[in-house]
Write a protein that binds this ligand. Structure first.
Ligand code: ACM
Ligand code: ZN
Length: 541
């Protein structure tokens, strides 16, 4: 080949390369939750096999960069090298004086030559990389061709609407192994949620080791049998021992694992109701002190902690003190829901308490109970969350309310300037059916679809702008009466968790259900490659 020909070929090549780099290779992305603002630009960033990251000395970002490094390694062994002063880098990290980004928001600017990430915390850097990985991932975690190593030039600014974005899991109706708890935390993190509400005590099982009260797990963690079929229709039982619990060492392991995914673990210790397992272990905690059994069936049970005796409060304070010691979360969830008052009505000690404390009735006795526990938890520097029944008889002074019986409780609480997390049962309860009852596996009841969750606005219209500020979050709840194992939990959680995360991140600001369904269909393909058991998604419903 003569020199001239070589030059011409070289010029054509160069021209081609530069025009390539100006092209638009992708206009649809499957990033869930959808970023609040994404603009497509002309250009393509080609990911090198060794990525140079410039981090100008923000030590607090190291944690998230380590995560990014291990994740990039999974993509065809791409290496990530972090330095303070690369002259030329591929990814430039910086902090921002844009107050709007806050603690969890980030921006990403991808051009032909570079990716710029701006954020103020390690968590937000983690979210930014999570977005970049969503732009790259096909679900296998492997990039097979050069083509897949290219990123469309975009400009993204992404800020969550709510500071609390969570998923709950009941491990009492059915015990879930620790490996699955980690997997569940991965699910929560995958969609940029930040809270795992761990429902640890119930009528059907006590699941957390408490050193001072060993019978809670020796006796309270086990039931002899379990109801078969729907509890409203059946009285047939499977005669098999069911149960399990987490040791304090395992709890610490989970908390540590969750920290690596920027997730806070919030324990729930139910009181005064849903406490049969504790009563079975220590009968002196109840009003009648006899015949308590860890429940083999589902429902609401009359036997609850006796509110009239000091022993109950000594016990609960001891339990909570070990719980507080274990969990770094600023919140401790104390339940408070579905506490029948019939045992208290018949109990002389409870009636005496009503008299000596000048309470009007058993509802005020419930409020006395919650306030007293709140005082103890506050004295340890923590705050309580309770289900909306804690409004009955007067709200405890610093309580955050989880509104589950619709949004009504949330509205009342926000009007009293209490923080609220919205989890209305018609929207947030992933134990509901998601399809036709005649073909779906047995569920508790109800019917809740992706579309309904997507369309939900957690901010009730009747609130003033000041009151609205107290709606701090949104959460999906997973009660496991009819989910006997992790595979079944996955089936009920997916794909609705994606809509939970979308509503928690975007709030009222969601207007494009059709494009969300496109993202979700791509995400479902990825999840299948990851062998996740997914419920059927019908975008029409
Ligand atoms: C609840 O579903 N009982 C909070
Ligand atoms: Zn009593």
């Amino acid at each position: 080949m003569n020199k001239f020909k070589l030059l011409v070929l070289l010029m054509i090549g160069l021209f081609h390369l530069s025009s390539c780099k100006k092209e638009i290779i992708k206009t649809e992305f499957s990033i869930i939750p959808t970023p609040t603002k994404l603009e497509i630009k002309r250009g393509v960033f080609e990911i090198p096999t060794e990525i140079k990251i410039n981090n100008p000395g923000y030590k607090d970002f190291d944690f998230a960069l380590d995560y990014a490094s291990s994740k990039f390694k999974n993509f065809n062994n791409i290496k990530l090298k972090v330095n303070k002063n690369y002259k030329k880098c591929d990814i430039q990290i910086s902090k921002s004086d844009n107050i709007k980004l806050g603690d969890e928001g980030y921006s990403i600017d991808i051009s032909n030559s570079k990716i710029k990430i701006t954020a103020n915390s390690s968590k937000a850097i983690f979210y930014a990389f999570n977005t970049i990985f969503s732009m790259l991932e096909d679900g296998t975690n492997k990039l097979k061709s050069e083509k897949e190593l290219r990123l469309q030039a975009v400009s993204i600014t992404d800020i969550p609407r709510f500071k609390y974005r969570g998923m709950h899991l009941d491990v009492c109706r059915h015990f879930m192994p620790i490996e699955f708890i980690k997997k569940y935390i991965d699910f929560i993190a995958r969609y940029k949620m930040n809270s795992f509400h761990w429902h640890l005590t119930e009528d059907q099982g006590w699941r957390i080791e408490i050193k001072k009260y060993p019978k809670l797990t020796e006796i309270g963690a086990w039931r002899d049998k379990t109801i078969i079929g729907h509890s409203s229709k059946s009285n047939e039982y499977k005669n098999e021992k069911h149960g399990g619990f987490y040791t304090q060492a395992q709890i610490k392991e989970i908390i540590k694992y969750a920290e690596t995914k920027f997730i806070t673990v919030i324990p729930e210790i139910e009181l005064p109701g849903h406490s049969l397992a504790a009563l079975a272990a220590y009968p002196e905690l109840g009003c009648t002190k006899e015949n308590y059994k860890v429940s083999p069936t589902w429902g609401i049970f009359e036997d609850v902690y006796c509110a009239g005796q000091e022993y109950t409060f000594t016990f609960l304070e001891d339990v909570l003190s070990e719980v507080i010691e274990l969990f770094p979360s600023k919140y401790i969830h104390i339940g408070g829901d579905e506490c029948p008052k019939s045992a208290w009505k018949k109990c002389p000690k409870c009636q005496n308490r009503i008299k000596t404390e000048n309470l009007k009735n058993e509802h005020e006795l419930q409020s006395y109970f919650i306030r007293r526990i709140e005082k103890y938890i506050n004295s340890k520097g923590k705050q309580i969350i309770g289900w909306d029944e804690i409004l009955e008889g007067g709200l405890a002074p610093n309580a955050t309310v989880m509104s589950w019986r619709g949004v009504k409780g949330g509205i009342i609480a926000a009007k009293q300037y209490h923080d609220v997390i919205m989890t209305p049962n018609s929207i947030s309860y992933l134990d509901h059916y998601q399809g036709d009852r005649s073909t779906e596996p047995l569920a508790i009841g109800g019917y809740t679809t992706v579309k309904e969750i997507y369309e939900f606005n957690p901010i009730p219209k009747e609130l003033s702008s000041e009151e609205m500020k107290h709606i701090i979050g949104f959460q999906g709840n997973v009660w496991t009466e009819y989910m006997p194992n992790p595979e079944h939990v996955e089936y009920m959680v997916f794909p609705r968790i994606c809509a939970i995360a979308e509503t928690a991140w975007r709030g009222e600001n969601k207007q494009d259900y059709l494009s969300f369904t496109k993202s979700l269909n791509t995400e479902i393909k990825r999840l299948k490659k990851l062998n996740i058991n997914i419920g059927k998604f019908n975008p029409e419903k």
